[in-house]
Design a protein around this ligand. Structure first.
Ligand SMILES: *Cc1c(COP(=O)(O)O)cnc(C)c1O
Length: 495
C-alpha cells in the first residue's frame, strides 16, 4: 500500500514520503502526516528474531513506501553501525521492575541520535530520487540535544550544510561544549539571546520567508529541517518501540498481544507521537504516558483540553524538555480532529495569535490512550537518588522525569502492566545535575571531575562522546539576538 503524506493544515498539499522528507515543513506551515496509517504485517514473534537493522527495515518500509528496498537498507546500514557502542543499538535495562529503553548509545549520547543518524541518508536519497540539485541547508533550532546530534549526522555529508541555533543560556555546559567544538567545514553553530521557543520561532520564520527562498534558489541552496517536525525524524523513532516490544517477547516478559505501557519524557512531542503511530499501526501498547517537567503545558492539556502556552518559561534540570510549544502535538490534534486539516488549521491559528486553544469534548475522548503527568525539579532529583540507592542504576534528569511520573501513575492507577520508560539521555550528558541529585558533596567539583566520579559510581565506561570534548577546541563562537537570526543565516551562506 502506498502511503501518501499531506499537510496537517491543508488536505490539498500532498507529497510522497521522499518529497515530505525533502521539504521538512509543508508550504502552509503545517506538518506532513500520512493520509492513512499502515499496519504491521510481519508477526511480532518473527521480528523478535531480527536484529535492530532488520526490524528498522520492516517498520520503515511501511511508512516510506517510495524508497526502494535497496535505498532503505542502505540508509539503515549507514546509520545503525559502529557509531553505536552496542550491537543492540537500543538495549533494555531492567531496574526496580521497570524496563529502561536506553536510546543513548549513539554518537552524541542522547536519543536524537536514533533518528538523526539516519536522517542525512534519507534526505540525500530523497534529493536524488526527486532530482533536487540544490545544496541542502539544514536549519535547526535546538534545546540542546538535537543540535549536536544533527551536527554529528550531517558533518561533511556531501551536498549538505547545517546551521544550528541554540539558546545561549538554556543548555547544559556539556551540551554547549559538544556543539561549539563540532568539526566539519559545512557546519555552523549560533547561540541566540533568547529561549528555545524563540529559536524555534526564528527558524520557522526563516523557512516561511518566500523572498528568502527565492534568493536561496538563485544561489543554488534549499532549506530543509532536521527538527522533529520532519517525517524523516519521526518514522525511525517508531522502530525502537517495536524493537523493545519484540525483545520483551524474546525474554518471556510479555506474551504476544499483551499490552505494554510506555513512558516518554516529552518536549516537542516527537518521541511519544512515534509510540502513538506504532500503536495505531498495531503494536500492542497500553497507556502512552506523557511525562513533562515544570513546563507542564502538555500535562495541563491532557487534564483540561486547553493548550495554553501563555505562562512563564521555566529553566529546569531537563533542558531538552523546556518547551512551551510542542510542535508535533499538531499531528495528534489533526488526528483527533478526525483527520480534519481545516479544523486543525483553525486551532493552530489560535495558538499563534492568542497562544491558546481548546479542543472539543469529542476530540478529548480520542485522547484516552494518553496519560499526562509532570515532575518538578525536586521530584526529578528525588527519582534519580531513589533509583540509585535502590538499584545502583543511574539515570539522567530527563529519564528521571519519566521515572517520577511513572511512579505517580502506577500508585494512583494500580496499573500493573509491564512498562518501558524511554531513557532519552546518558547520565554523562547531564553529569552535574545527576551527581548533585545523588549527593550534595559533588556540588563543588568541576565538570570533568564529575564525569570521572560518575564512572566510578556507576561502574560504566566514560562514553567516547565525552572523552572527545575534554580537550577539544571551541570552533564556533557566534552569538546573535533572537531577531537577527535571518541576517546571521544570510551571512553564513554568503547570500
Ligand atoms: C529531545 C529530548 C526529549 C524530548 O523529546 P521530544 O521528542 O521532543 O518530545 C527528551 N529527552 C531528551 C534527552 C531529549 O534530547
Amino acid at each position: 500500500m502506498e502511503i501518501i503524506y499531506q499537510s496537517t493544515r491543508n488536505a490539498g498539499e500532498r507529497a510522497t514520503a521522499s518529497e515530505a522528507i525533502l521539504k521538512g515543513l509543508a508550504s502552509d506551515g503545517g506538518l506532513f502526516v500520512p493520509t492513512s496509517l499502515p499496519a504491521f504485517t510481519v508477526p511480532f514473534t518473527d521480528m523478535a528474531k531480527m536484529d535492530y537493522r532488520q526490524v528498522a527495515y520492516e517498520v520503515m518500509k511501511l511508512f516510506l513506501t517510495d524508497f526502494t528496498e535497496e535505498e532503505l537498507k542502505h540508509c539503515i546500514a549507514k546509520a545503525y553501525d559502529s557509531k553505536f557502542d552496542t550491537e543492540e543499538i537500543a538495549p533494555l535495562r531492567e531496574a526496580n521492575g521497570t524496563y529502561y529503553l536506553e536510546l543513548f548509545h549513539g554518537a552524541t549520547i542522547a536519543f536524537k541520535d536514533m533518528a538523526l543518524s539516519i536522517l542525512p541518508h534519507l534526505l540525500t536519497t530523497a534529493a536524488k530520487k526527486n532530482h533536487a540539485e540544490e545544496e541542502i541547508v539544514i536549519l535547526t533550532a535546538t534545546s540542546g540535544d538535537t543540535g549536536k546530534a544533527a551536527l554529528a549526522g550531517f558533518a561533511d555529508v556531501p551536498g549538505t550544510r547545517i546551521i544550528v541555533f541554540y539558546p545561549k543560556d538554556g543548555v547544559s555546559p556539556i551540551q554547549e561544549k559538544q556543539m561549539v567544538t563540532q568539526r566539519g567545514a559545512n557546519t555552523a553553530v549560533v547561540g541566540i539571546r533568547g529561549n528555545f521557543d524563540d529559536a524555534q520561532n526564528g527558524v520557522k520564520a526563516i523557512f516561511n520567508n518566500k523572498e528568502l527562498a527565492e534568493v536561496m534558489r538563485g544561489k543554488g541552496f534549499r532549506f530543509s529541517s532536521a527538527n522533529s517536525i520532519n517525517i524523516g525524524r519521526l518514522v525511525p523513532q517508531i522502530v525502537y518501540y517495536v524493537y523493545a516490544y519484540t525483545r520483551l517477547l524474546t525474554a518471556g516478559r510479555i506474551k504476544d498481544g499483551e499490552r505494554l505501557n510506555v513512558v516518554v519524557p516529552t518536549g516537542n512531542f516527537g518521541n511519544i507521537l512515534a509510540a502513538y503511530y506504532a500503536k495505531c499501526a498495531g503494536l500492542p501498547l497500553g497507556k502512552l504516558i506523557c511525562a513533562s517537567n515544570d513546563n507542564k503545558v502538555l500535562y495541563d492539556f491532557f487534564r483540561t483540553g486547553t493548550y495554553d502556552k501563555n505562562r512563564e518559561f521555566i529553566l529546569t534540570t531537563s533542558p531538552s524538555m523546556d518547551i512551551l510549544i510542542s510542535s508535533n502535538l499538531e499531528r495528534l490534534i489533526y488526528k483527533i480532529a478526525g483527520d480534519d486539516a481545516e479544523k486543525n488549521a483553525d486551532l493552530m491559528k489560535k495558538l499563534s495569535q492568542e497562544g491558546v486553544y481548546d479542543i472539543t469534548p469529542q476530540m478529548r475522548e480520542r485522547l484516552a490512550d494518553f496519560y499526562g503527568g509532570y515532575a518538578t525539579t525536586g521530584q526529578t532529583t528525588a527519582a534519580i537518588r531513589a533509583l540509585y540507592e535502590k538499584t545502583g542504576y543511574i539515570i539522567d534528569t530527563h529519564t528521571a522525569v519519566a521515572s517520577s511520573v511513572y511512579n505517580t501513575y502506577k500508585e494512583s492507577s494500580g496499573d500493573q502492566a509491564v512498562t518501558v520508560i524511554a531513557s532519552t539521555a546518558s547520565p554523562y550528558k547531564f553529569t552535574r545535575s545527576v551527581m548533585s541529585a545523588i549527593d550534595a558533596k559533588y556540588d563543588s567539583m568541576g565538570d570533568f571531575e564529575l564525569v570521572d566520579e560518575l564512572a566510578k559510581l556507576s561502574g560504566s565506561k566514560v562514553p567516547q562522546a565525552i572523552e572527545d570534548i575534554r580537550s577539544a577546541e571551541v570552533l564556533h563562537k557566534t552569538v546573535c539576538d533572537k531577531d537577527k537570526m535571518q541576517e546571521t543565516v544570510e551571512r553564513i551562506l554568503g547570500l
